[in-house]
Design a binder for this molecule. Sequence first.
Ligand code: ZN
Length: 304
Amino acid sequence: MELFINPAHQVIYKRVDKNTFSYKEIILPGEWKSKSINSEISGSFYMSALNSGLTDQETVNITNLFQSKLNFSRDIRVGDHFQVVRSQQFVDGTPTGQSRIEAIRIFARKHCYTGFLFEDGNYYDVHAESLARAFRRYPFNGRHRISSPFNLRRKHPITGRISPHKGTDFAMPIGTPIYATADGVVKRVKNHPFAGKYIEIKHDGRYATRYLHLSRITVRRGQKVQRGERIAMSGNTGRSTGPHLHYELHIKGRAVNPLTAKIPMAASVPKNKITAFNKRVANLIAMMEPKVEISSAPNDGIKQ
Ligand SMILES: [Zn+2]
């Protein structure tokens, strides 16, 4: 008696006695073949993906992968396009039904959203940053001195009264670029007498971040932002004792120390794997680029 789960996975049963069977499980490695799909959006992304040959499950997986970055019903328009490299498993030329998405690029208006499957089973964007919904610890690049730490029992430096310091202050020159620490939606863009020009971003329901005393804000309320996207320039607006960024992290409505809070941290491809990753990305992108038709052999300059 044989049980076929798929051509690559067979289970063979053998009767040992009346009620007992022994079985042997055979898993064949099969052969994986990659194919690229290059398709234009006509109607919804979902329908366009199905029409391009992706399965329902693959389409759902892609949508989930970019869920926090891209609103598939609002940010994608007819005429945008997407590219996918998909591998399918074959045994003796028969597809086993096993497939995996190796790479995705979605060109939606001015943005290009990328995802590349790496050897650890995770998807990373073209900059080797994980697509998992997660945070980066600091809303800026490089290092800036902490001029006032998170402290719920702090004496206010100007009024002298106990007033909780719900964020961390980083001293930095006016005009330092400030980046969203996670994917999210801009909930507030305000100019407040104490907080100065500030932004609040909602992330995934339970998390929110705030960026205070800014000099310039480069996002609008309601805008979707990605982790690492520039949202503002630091400043010295509102009640502030010098140029700095006040950064807050809230979990379920409560301010927590943004430097120590247990939050899902964004992973990037480890440094010692970066060369391998970049090579893989280059290969996958080459596969996705539309083929240039060569109608005749190139002239090699040799006269016949
Ligand atoms: Zn502060």
